[in-house]
Ligand binder design. Structure first.
Ligand SMILES: [Ca+2]
Ligand SMILES: [Ca+2]
Length: 137
């Protein structure tokens, strides 16, 4: 985990660079798919869902939720990913939903950069790193 400064433009440019975004999605998907069956079960998605929770905490939605409520939150996030409700998230669902969530977040951020605690290998962290290389180049 590290603390990074993140703004909406960084997220949007990361998501809109389709080639780089697809590579990150594939990477992340492969990492989460621990039994290598090509889809993500709820248990496999849990890690990702927890990192998504970080967003909500930053936006001030239930700061200290009780564990039971958290399970409900994860389950509803999972069903958001699972578009065809077959109990598993495939690569296409993962990609579409991740993109939508990141764009929704960018919309909610406005123009002011936010300080966020980012997990290593999370999409937001990758977005920040990508932006940093661009600035450095
Ligand atoms: Ca799997
Ligand atoms: Ca599905």
């Amino acid at each position: 985990m590290s603390v990074e400064l993140l703004d909406a433009a960084t997220i949007v440019s990361f998501v809109e660079d389709e080639e780089a975004f697809n590579v990150s999605i594939l990477d992340r998907f492969a990492h989460l798919d621990t039994d290598h069956d090509g889809v993500l079960s709820y248990a496999e998605m849990e890690e990702e869902l927890k990192s998504l929770r970080v967003f909500e905490t930053h936006f001030g939605i239930d700061e200290k939720p009780d564990p039971n409520e958290l399970v409900d939150v994860y389950k509803s996030l999972f069903s958001q990913f699972d578009h065809d409700s077959n109990g598993a998230v495939d690569l296409e669902e993962f990609k579409t939903e991740t993109k939508q969530m990141m764009l929704a977040m960018a919309n909610g951020m406005g123009f002011l950069p936010l300080q966020m605690v980012l997990e290593e290998d999370s999409f937001l962290k990758k977005a920040v790193e990508k932006e940093a290389t661009k600035v450095g180049a």
